[in-house]
Design a protein around this ligand. Structure first.
Ligand code: ADP
Ligand code: MN
Length: 179
């Protein structure tokens, strides 16, 4: 059913991007800097079995979208979360005040994915995803353009810059939405 809109006293931020672009690291740092709660959706899917089994070809879980949304709704509704996931079109549009799409150059992303021990099929699939800007286009198709922000995530310096931007954005949101 359609859930009614509730006021939020703190914002919800979605941090999305191709695997390896730095979502989890950035989310952890941003949560620390802002006091918002980091929700690692991939971990949640595994922990609560919000999937329909393993896709053996890509060694990844087949999501149960409805179960996942139901599981997250109560936590996300009041605000105050940083949601970390590689896909963004499964969530209700109304959940988020800011959608960050992390981007990484090919030459930087490839060794990160290798470092994770992904097989070559999975590496190639993720490289193609990043080259084709799949997540960025998904975000632009799913959310208002003024809330979608693309940020480069190639170096620690850029990551720290991104965290500072998120912190400043949260502070501004709290000012704009007080009283
Ligand atoms: P994701 O959650 O998007 O898959 P992670 O945050 O797990 O990505 O990062 C993958 C790896 O790349 C980690 O080892 C992390 O330390 C490194 N990494 C991610 N972003 C950056 C960055 N901007 N600069 C340097 N290393 C990074
Ligand atoms: Mn991650």
């Amino acid at each position: 059913g359609v859930a009614p809109h509730y006021p939020r006293y703190r914002p919800n931020i979605l941090i999305t991007g191709t695997p390896g672009t730095g979502k989890t690291t950035t989310s952890e740092m941003a949560a620390e800097a802002t006091g918002l709660t980091h929700i690692n959706v991939g971990d949640l899917v595994k922990a609560k079995s919000l999937h329909e089994g393993l896709d053996t070809e890509f060694n990844s879980y087949i999501l149960d979208d409805d179960k996942l949304i139901d599981e997250m709704e109560e936590v996300v509704r009041p605000g105050g979360n940083i949601v970390d996931f590689h896909s963004c079109d499964i969530f209700p549009e109304r959940w988020f005040d800011l959608v960050i799409v992390l981007r990484t150059d090919n030459g930087v992303l490839y060794p990160r994915l290798e470092g994770r021990g992904y097989n070559s099929k999975k590496i190639n699939e993720n490289m193609e995803c990043e080259i084709m800007q799949v997540v960025l286009e998904e975000a632009r198709d799913s959310y208002a353009e003024e809330i979608v922000v693309e940020l480069q995530s190639n170096s620690l310096e850029e990551m720290e810059e991104n965290v500072s931007r998120i912190k400043a954005w949260v502070e501004q949101w709290l000012k704009d939405n007080s009283n």
